[in-house]
Design a binder for this molecule. Structure first.
Ligand code: CMP
Length: 478
């Protein structure tokens, strides 16, 4: 309950209490006046009964107010402070009903000492039948609610799916009448306790690692080992996929037109499974693209596709040559050398926030940003710090490739990014014919190492380009 609600309820409560006590005081002080007033209008002992009834109503209101006050004190303050969470509504309601009934019986016996309240209820068969029929559903819900609270099969915050209609959503409250869930379309669904008690309920507890399954497929020509590896690696990196259990990728069927797989992963926050499933499918698509794997959709116009593929490849090659010749370190290369380099380079697409290079890994290739943007990051005490942002035409990954040392930083795609990967062999060929290239690269590496040292707040690094040059030459046997 918010502070302002609490305040306004308190004012209302104080007002009601003062009013009812004033009414009781007035009734007692001006007892005779009220009686004679009633006597003027009513015959016989009707006036006495009316007087008693007014008293009964006023005292019942006092009892109600007292129960409310004790309920707030007991549950909103004491219980919450001790246990740290709110008491279930059902428990609070049971307390109120029982406490009020006891007080009401006490008041009734005082005002009507000769009347047996219990007998009044039990001897009236018609009253019993009417009450029974009227309360059939209510009592059903009430007792089902009690058993739900006793069993505690789920709690507020859990995701549940109820019945054949599969009402799925996050539990918002469990009252004496119904379970309230918020669906993933942000609708509220109320399921009465008695109908929930008859249905099968699937529970995904909040503090439990709940799993999801997503399906995909490949052509028969694609290697299952490769598909399983690349999908597992890309899914485990997706946001909200728990790192406590490694995702499982397995073949579920050898289908008509391809191999069918399922990937099973566990979620940190199950309530966000729709977004995570979508992200996982997206990651699979990107991983497939990079690993040259193909989904097994039927291809009808094989000839047409081959033709168009050929022309696409030619225009692609032109774009690669254009990109590489715009990279400053490759500017001195001849047209033929650039074309050979373009042919040797491999294109990869990365999704936003996917890691292209991980610090500490071994690396035998460098990358040129074809389209997009990447960020070079250092991780310290679990916190990432940006060192540089590289755009179209910039390159990275040259340090490990040229020196043979582990990767010095993480490189992460900021947006969807296409990179060209250039391997050890292709670079060696270039060095044999362009010895100056080694020198310009050693200067760049030296500058970047200084940049890394500045961001790591370590001691300043001197210009080591001569040492780097020597180690590149040694590593490439130049
Ligand atoms: P490598 O060590 O192979 O892998 C991480 C890459 O991040 C590294 O090569 C460089 O290409 C790049 N990198 C490291 N430091 C910097 C920097 N200061 N500025 C730009 N790029 C950097």
């Amino acid at each position: 309950m918010s502070r302002s609600t609490f305040k306004s309820r308190f004012v209302l409560f104080a007002f009601a209490t003062v009013t009812v006590f004033l009414a009781l005081y007035g009734l007692h002080t001006f007892k005779e006046t009220v009686r004679s007033l009633l006597a003027g209008r009513m015959a016989g002992n009707t006036q006495d009964n009316t007087f008693l009834l007014i008293q009964l109503i006023l005292w019942a209101v006092v009892a109600y107010l007292a129960v409310r006050a004790v309920r707030v004190l007991l549950f909103e303050l004491v219980f919450r402070l001790r246990r740290g969470y709110e008491a279930p509504t059902l428990v609070k309601n049971i307390f109120s009903i029982v406490a009020f009934t006891i007080l009401f019986v006490v008041i009734f016996n005082r005002l009507y000492p000769g009347v047996n309240l219990g007998a009044l209820f039990t001897t009236s068969a018609i009253f019993g039948v009417i009450l029974g029929l009227a309360l059939q559903d209510t009592l059903g819900n009430f007792f089902a609610g009690i058993s739900l609270h006793a069993d505690r099969p789920f709690q507020v915050g859990d995701v549940i799916a109820v019945g054949a209609q599969k009402h799925t959503g996050v539990v918002e409250s469990i009252s004496w009448r119904a379970i309230k869930i918020r669906t993933f379309q942000n609708h509220i669904v109320l399921i009465s306790n008695s109908s929930a008690a008859k249905e099968a309920i699937e529970v995904c507890p909040r503090n439990n690692l709940n799993a999801r399954l997503v399906y995909f497929n490949t052509l028969y020509s694609d290697s299952p080992a490769k598909a399983i590896h690349i999908v597992r690696e890309s899914v485990r990196e997706a946001e909200n996929v728990s790192d406590k259990i490694t995702p499982i990728v397995r073949i579920r069927n050898l289908g008509e037109s391809g191999i069918e797989y399922e990937v099973k992963y566990w979620l940190d926050d199950y309530a966000r499974y729709n977004d995570t499933d979508a992200l996982v499918r997206q990651r699979i698509w990107y991983a497939f693209r990079r690993a040259r794997l193909t989904f097994n959709f039927p291809t009808r116009t094989v000839e047409l596709e081959r033709k168009s593929r050929h022309s696409v490849m030619e225009s692609d090659q032109g774009a690669l040559i254009e990109r590489l010749s715009a990279v400053d370190i490759f500017a001195p290369l001849s047209g033929e050398e650039t074309a050979t380099l373009a042919q040797a380079s491999v294109r990869h697409v990365f999704a936003p926030s996917e890691t292209v290079i991980r610090a500490g890994d071994a690396g035998s290739s460098m990358f040129v940003v074809h389209h997009g943007r990447v960020q070079v990051q250092l991780t310290e005490n679990g916190q990432s710090r940006a060192v540089a942002v590289l755009n179209d035409g910039d390159f990275f990954g040259e340090m490990a490739l040229l020196t043979g040392e582990p990767r010095t930083a993480n490189v992460v795609a900021v947006e969807e990014t296409e990179v060209l990967e250039i391997g050890h062999e292709a670079m060696k060929k270039l060095f044999d014919t362009n010895p100056d290239l080694v020198e310009s690269l050693s200067h760049i590496i030296s500058e970047r190492r200084k940049g890394l040292a500045d961001h790591a707040e370590g001691p300043d690094v001197a210009d080591e380009s001569d040492g780097i040059l020597a180690s590149i030459k040694r590593f490439f046997r130049l």
